[in-house]
Every structure is written in structure tokens, then in C-alpha cells.
Design a protein around this ligand. Structure first.
Ligand SMILES: [Zn+2]
Length: 166
């Protein structure tokens, strides 16, 4: 499979520059090998047709949502404010859903059912630029150094105690 920023892309999927940027953001997902692009640019009157949406699969059979999908949705959901649309539902626990839709689009049963085997994400180019900045900044945060070792006792300590006792 071809890749974008290390993310596998199903053969034949066409991607605009905006969709490739979206994939670059997804590339920050820590369990990346479990996610791949299943759809990009399509001839439809939605954000896929506009070149702003991409679909991500995560293995599993048919509509079966694997724990991989849930884990990916949970991680991605923390960045939901950057997305115009975010759609996924856990097929094994249908009360568990991650849904954000553009105004006017409703979370119908058929829409949710169609998004149990993948996650749909859509964002504007401007918002994706901000999301990438956010993710890059987070990635640059250097972990704190380990605490300094506790100094070994020195000879002067017993002397000091002796002095205090005296
Ligand atoms: Zn989609």
C-alpha cells in the first residue's frame, strides 16, 4: 500500500493536498499501524467531493468495530474542535459514539450504521494548519529530567549530630 506521512493508503484512493494534510495530522496517532486510509476524494456532493474529508479503517471484518477503532476515535476526539465532521460509532456498544456534523446534517441511524467500520474526518485547510501546529508543539514537549539523586551521607553529618547533642 502507498503511504502518506507513514499512514497506509488503500491502493487507488485519490487524495487532495488538504486530505494529505489531514492524514499528516492523523500520523501523530501513537498506534498508527492500526489505522489506514480507505477513502479520500470522491465524486460526491459532500466533503469527500470537496477534497476535505478522509475515511480511516482499522481492520476488522465488515461492519465489525474493533477495539482499534474505539481507541483511535477516543484519541482523535480530543481534537474534535478542529474538525467540521467526525463520525464513528462502536458497533458493539452503540451508545458509544463520536459524532460531530456540519449544520444541517443529522445523525440518522443509517449514517451511524455506515460509520461503524471506519472513522470519517473532515476539516478546512485553515483548521488543519492549526491542528498540525498544535500536534507539532505537543510532540516537541521535552519530558522532565529524572529527579536528582539523593546525595550520599557525608562524614560531616554524624559530626553535626554530635555537635547538636553536645
Ligand atoms: Zn467519509
Amino acid at each position: 500500500m502507498p503511504t502518506v506521512a507513514g499512514v497506509s493508503v488503500r491502493t487507488g484512493v485519490q487524495l487532495t493536498g488538504v486530505q494529505q494534510t489531514l492524514i499528516r495530522a492523523v500520523a501523530y496517532y501513537p498506534n498508527l499501524p492500526q489505522v489506514y486510509v480507505t477513502s479520500g476524494l470522491r465524486d460526491t456532493s459532500d466533503y469527500h467531493g470537496r477534497g476535505w474529508a478522509a475515511d480511516f479503517g482499522f481492520g476488522g471484518v465488515g461492519r465489525t468495530t474493533s477495539p482499534r477503532g474505539v481507541a483511535f476515535a477516543q484519541w482523535m476526539w480530543q481534537y474534535r474542535n478542529y474538525f467540521l465532521e467526525f463520525i464513528h460509532r462502536n458497533a458493539f456498544n452503540r451508545s458509544q459514539r463520536w459524532v460531530k456534523l456540519r449544520p444541517g446534517r443529522t445523525a440518522s441511524e443509517s449514517l451511524l450504521l455506515a460509520h461503524e467500520n471506519h472513522i470519517h474526518l473532515a476539516a478546512t485547510p485553515e483548521s488543519l494548519a492549526l491542528l498540525l501546529q498544535h500536534l507539532e508543539r505537543q510532540a516537541r514537549v521535552v519530558p522532565l529530567p529524572p529527579p536528582a539523586p539523593i546525595p550520599a551521607p557525608t562524614d560531616s553529618l554524624p559530626t553535626a549530630i554530635h555537635f547538636l547533642r553536645g
